[in-house]
Design a protein around this ligand. Structure first.
Ligand SMILES: Nc1ncnc2c1ncn2[C@@H]1O[C@H](COP(=O)(O)OP(=O)(O)OP(=O)(O)O)[C@@H](O)[C@H]1O
Length: 249
């Protein structure tokens, strides 16, 4: 459903992605992992043309994004949502106003916007925080708002760039559960870039390993499942003191 055909991207003289071909299958959770600088984020950003390839083609549902004019590309991009490590919420807009933005840009019927925003916020469990500002939310709540915003236009594909890298282990597990629900109950195909092996192994069916701007390998995986993480103070003290003789301060 999403196909990269020999895409390359350079930043001045540095080639970040080198003639990569990759197909993302409908309904899968596809992980992309590799060392820092391997080109993971650039590859992800090429999938919705946030980065325009120097060479090669990007195709979604048989339509070449790389051949579209601006208007058609804007239309096609509605089927591809994206979330980021640092959430990218607008600080001076409320939760509601952040989530409604893509609906405004897409000329979604005015009368139906509120119910669609609330539907998306309910899906991520945040409808009670609709009037808060980003600064009043935790990291996990901010990522949920970003997910609600990405879902607003009912995308078929959700691109996730290090979605849990700014979060603690317990919140990471919560966000991964939300992403898995989006895949299972809404049928959204997910591509997730992460440098955290545990994150990738927990939910991905197929994983691409990148090195030096190229695909090193793509492997089929059996997701290990999301381990719920303890975050009680007792657990932290237990972990800190379990193998060593330590005095409490
Ligand atoms: N806008 C840009 N301008 C210049 N160089 C860039 C730009 N974006 C990425 N690069 C360079 O391209 C290379 C690949 O970057 P990319 O962010 O895709 O790697 P990554 O595998 O996602 O790494 P990380 O895990 O550290 O984010 C890096 O060397 C980076 O410095």
């Amino acid at each position: 459903m999403l196909k990269l055909d020999r895409v390359s991207k350079s930043f001045s003289t540095f080639q970040a992605v080198k003639s990569v071909s990759l197909t993302i299958n409908q309904g899968e959770i596809h992980g992309i992992i590799g060392a820092s600088g391997a080109g993971k984020s650039t590859l992800l950003r090429l999938m919705n043309l946030l980065e325009v390839p120097d060479e090669g083609e990007v195709e979604v549902n048989g339509q070449r994004l790389t051949r579209m004019n601006r208007k058609k590309l804007r239309q096609a991009r509605k089927s591809i949502g994206m979330i980021f490590q640092h959430f990218n919420l607008v600080a001076n807009k409320t939760v509601y106003d952040n989530v409604v933005v893509p609906l405004e840009l897409a000329n979604y019927p005015r009368a139906e916007r509120r119910s669609r925003v609330m539907e998306c916020l309910q899906f991520v469990g945040l409808d009670s925080l609709v009037d808060k500002y980003p600064s009043q939310l935790s990291g996990g709540q901010k990522q949920r708002v970003a997910i609600a915003r990405a879902l607003a236009n009912k995308p078929q594909i959700l691109l996730c760039d290090e979605p849990t890298s700014a979060l603690d282990p317990s919140t990471t597990a919560d966000i991964l559960t939300v992403l898995q629900n989006i895949n299972k109950s809404l049928g959204v195909t997910i591509v997730i870039v992460s440098h955290e092996m545990e994150v990738i192994r927990s939910i991905c069916n197929r994983v691409t390993v990148m090195a030096d701007g190229e695909i090193y390998d793509t492997v089929i995986c059996k997701p290990t499942g999301i381990l719920s993480k303890e975050n009680s103070p007792e657990y932290f003290v237990e972990q800190l003191t379990k193998d060593v003789e330590i005095d409490h301060a």
